[in-house]
Design a binder for this molecule. Structure first.
Ligand SMILES: [Fe+2]
Ligand SMILES: [Fe+2]
Length: 268
């Protein structure tokens, strides 16, 4: 008999502005009907302004389910990420930055991530100091993600990022900007924990789905991408994650634990 299932809604790149009053309330109301928890993969605000976060906080009064978020690069633009975070947490969002939380039995590990590119073309820590600093930022974010996984005793786990850990879900963007959309370094810890799936945003013109080299599904839940792909639907996705059996490990495919997340893209 099938065990309990948690419906995980995911979206990213709201880019809330100072004039966005009323723009997200019906979205959050629909999310609350369609899912048990919500994860938001960064760029909640457009310029990282506390005033924008305050507008979003008012919109979030329509959300009636537990929610976690990571900040995106836009949320850091004005150097006021601390204030933005405080306002969003005041509105009930759990904002993750290298840490983890449990929502309705699902472990959520969150980190913003960083760029640097993918695979054998990824930027290496060599030459100028500033290049090494750039690479170390991505390495640090990957270490933070690993630390967040290690803190979770609950399974299954959802990995929540802003930047992509794989190239597949940024394809469709101009090739020249791939290195600024994500980093393979973020992919490394994902294969070492029972991660059901990864969600990210940031690549507004990327692809909806991909897989890590260990077969973990990766979903780009950027709202502009979802709106363009499904113009007749609300711009969020819902994944059904079974709770039972998630703690067991299949020796033939150790990274596949609890990964039977069924995508149930929210209709309209
Ligand atoms: Fe964005
Ligand atoms: Fe972004």
């Amino acid at each position: 008999m099938a065990g309990p299932v948690v419906r995980v809604a995911a979206l990213a790149d709201l880019h809330c502005t100072k004039t966005s009053q009323g723009a997200f309330q019906s979205l959050f109301a629909r999310v609350s009907e369609a899912a048990d928890i919500l994860v938001v993969a960064g760029d909640l605000t457009d310029y990282g302004l506390p005033e924008e976060a305050a507008v979003l906080a008012r919109e979030l009064t329509a959300l009636r389910i537990p929610a976690a978020a990571v900040l995106g690069n836009h949320d850091l633009e004005s150097g006021k990420a601390g204030e933005v975070r405080q306002i969003l947490e005041g509105a009930g969002l759990t904002v993750l930055d290298g840490d983890a939380c449990e929502l309705q039995g699902i472990g959520v590990a969150g980190v913003k991530g960083f760029g640097g590119g993918f695979g054998r073309h990824a930027l290496g820590p060599w030459g100028e100091t500033i290049i090494k600093q750039f690479v170390h930022e991505a390495v640090d974010e990957a270490l933070k993600l690993e630390a967040a996984f290690a803190r979770l005793r609950t399974k299954p786990i959802v990995a929540l990022l802003h930047y992509s850990p794989i190239q597949q879900t940024v394809e469709g963007e101009p090739l020249e900007i791939y290195p600024f959309l994500g980093s393979s370094r973020l992919e490394e810890p994902i294969g070492r924990y029972p991660v059901s799936f990864v969600v990210h945003g940031h690549a507004h013109r990327g692809q909806l789905e991909g897989k890590t080299k260990n077969g973990v599904p990766v979903y780009n839940v950027s709202m502009p991408l979802l709106t363009r792909t499904y113009p007749d639907r609300q711009p969020f996705r819902v994944f059904e994650v079974p709770l039972t059996g998630a703690a067991t490990c299949d020796p033939a495919a150790p990274a596949s634990t609890g990964r039977r997340a069924t995508d149930a893209v929210a209709a309209s």
